[in-house]
Design a protein around this ligand. Structure first.
Ligand code: SAH
Length: 256
């Protein structure tokens, strides 16, 4: 397999972490999209307990905190991201309500029915959409919400090249109606779904340009680092070519 066609999972975790730690967000999204998804969720008061799973450095968590009065726990596997997350919370004077801890989304440190809301932007794919929804439900109060963004097909059929790319990267990608059905089957009322606009991706990739330059300078002559960036650029090229066929969609569900 050529390096540019490698899946991101085949690169060293330390390289991935170093690159993404320099970005404000680690996946496509925006403050506007986070608040739009939040607008479908009712009843979050001061006492509300919220978890942001796969929070990264907290780009979306801080937006969430600025628009809800509750307590937010961010969880991410990577300590580097959590350090930056807690620094960001501190800088924004949110540290009393927003705390990042290192942990895994498949071993959550919460009590049965403790949470009012589980948030996860561009991260549930790490354990899979269906599995994540089923396992996380246990930690939500009845009437609690889940809100996740997830790679989705926009059409029933698509060109082979992009189909093959996703079957390798994340075979769990599916159409929006199928994802909605999965959400319902997992025991949630599918409250809303919407597609993230193209600018979320173009902004994300333009953040990459600066980070790529710095990264390549710091790793001059390092083949693995160069391959990693070539892989990122290939992914962007595919997005520009096939953006009519896939992207991220937000899914908001209510546990009953
Ligand atoms: N929500 C952030 C980050 C998305 S990138 C944003 O939208 O910007 C996916 C994140 O999931 C990364 O930060 C990665 O470190 C984290 N992650 C991967 N596997 C995980 C796991 N098992 N448990 C928790 N976080 C995980």
């Amino acid at each position: 397999m050529s390096n540019e066609n490698k899946s991101i999972h085949e690169f060293e975790v330390s390289l991935i972490c170093e690159f993404f730690a320099h970005l404000e967000r680690q996946g496509p999204g925006s403050a506007e999209i986070t608040t739009k998804a939040l607008s479908f969720i009712e009843g979050l008061g001061k006492e509300a307990k919220i978890a942001d799973l796969g929070c990264g450095t907290g780009g979306q968590t801080m937006v969430l905190a600025q628009h809800t009065p509750g307590q937010i726990t961010g969880i991410d596997l990577f300590p580097t991201f959590i350090d930056l997350f807690n620094k960001n919370a501190h800088q924004l004077k949110l540290e009393k309500r927003v705390k990042g801890i290192v942990g895994s989304m498949d071993q959550l440190p919460f009590q049965h029915e403790e949470l009012d809301l589980i948030w996860s932007e561009g991260a549930i794919y790490n354990i899979g959409f269906e599995r994540g929804l089923r396992e996380w439900k246990e930690f939500l109060k009845p009437g609690g919400y889940v809100a996740v963004s997830e790679a989705s097909w926009f059409t029933d059929e698509r060109p082979q090249e992009i189909h093959d790319f996703w079957m390798d990267a994340y075979p769990g990608i599916d159409t929006i109606p199928n994802k909605m059905a999965q959400m319902q089957q997992a025991g949630y009322v599918p409250v809303a779904s919407f597609i993230l606009p193209v600018y979320c991706w173009t902004d994300f990739y333009s953040m990459h340009y600066k980070a790529q330059k710095v990264f390549l300078k710091n790793h001059a002559g390092d083949k693995a680092a160069e391959d990693f960036i070539a892989n990122q650029r290939h992914e962007e090229k595919l997005y520009n070519k096939y953006k009519d066929f896939y992207g991220y969609a937000f899914y908001i569900g209510k546990k009953i």
